[in-house]
Design a protein around this ligand. Sequence first.
Ligand SMILES: C[S@@+](CC[C@H](N)C(=O)[O-])C[C@H]1O[C@@H](n2cnc3c(N)ncnc32)[C@H](O)[C@@H]1O
Length: 278
Amino acid sequence: MGDSGSEGASAHYVLATGAAGEQRLRLLDTVYGPSTDRLLADLEVRPGMAVADIGCGVGVVACWLGHRVGATGSVVGIDRSEEQLALARRDAAALGLSQVRFSVADACDTGLPRGSFDLVCCRSLLSHLRQPARALHEMSALLKDGGVLVSEDVDMTVVSSDPPTMAYARVAELLSGICRHIGSDPAMGAHLEALFRTVGYSRPQVRVDRPAFRSGESKRLWEYTFLELVPAFLDAGITTAAEVAALTAELARLGTDDATVVLHAPKYQVWARASRTD
Ligand SMILES: C[S@@+](CC[C@H](N)C(=O)[O-])C[C@H]1O[C@@H](n2cnc3c(N)ncnc32)[C@H](O)[C@@H]1O
């Protein structure tokens, strides 16, 4: 679902940026953040490390990393959107994280120094790009020998509910449709391990986190994602205003119906250590 000048794609990022998209990104972190935190803790992100977060959005993960690397470490968050970074800078400053800074750049051409980072990560970035391998190559080039490359992404094609509903089946179809329309991979998460291999990592590690909710705001993440994407769906001609109205009502009903569990898109976590012999 993405844009990219230097990656050679002309489609634009179809989700909201800045204040309009902030709440959904925070909800995304509520749903998927615990497994991100667990993985980064297991990878022993520690004081003094130099870390880069690519496609950092409003800086949720970058700020978490800032706490872990402490005042002796450094975190740089990269995003194409100045609007996202304005919110990220505001939050990092409010948290007193002077070791966290943010720069506007493209994921495929970050302008960051090569061979300089202990950890380079991205979350929910590659599924927005037409050429995710280019971004992963760029991220890999930023690592010191022995540094860790981490990418987390979802497989949107299997968003569903239990019991199965036409509404969630259609949401999954529309998510896949908009990705295909702009040239990105809706099942990026499921293809991440293979992508790591294509950029030269022979033994990437993988975990999968599939949150599911019966109630609460977290249950509604993909409903809200659908709502944010309505203008893009209509522009792409893959739905109609009448279908949007019916789906909006049905998803809202399911959102508060405790008899239905929403099975979120599984998030794949893939990581590998840079090594000249790998
Ligand atoms: C879904 S958000 C995820 C943000 C953050 N990583 C998180 O997990 O909360 C994707 C972010 O990638 C950024 N983005 C999209 N295409 C990009 C590109 N080619 N280069 C850099 N950032 C990009 C968007 O501006 C957006 O902030």
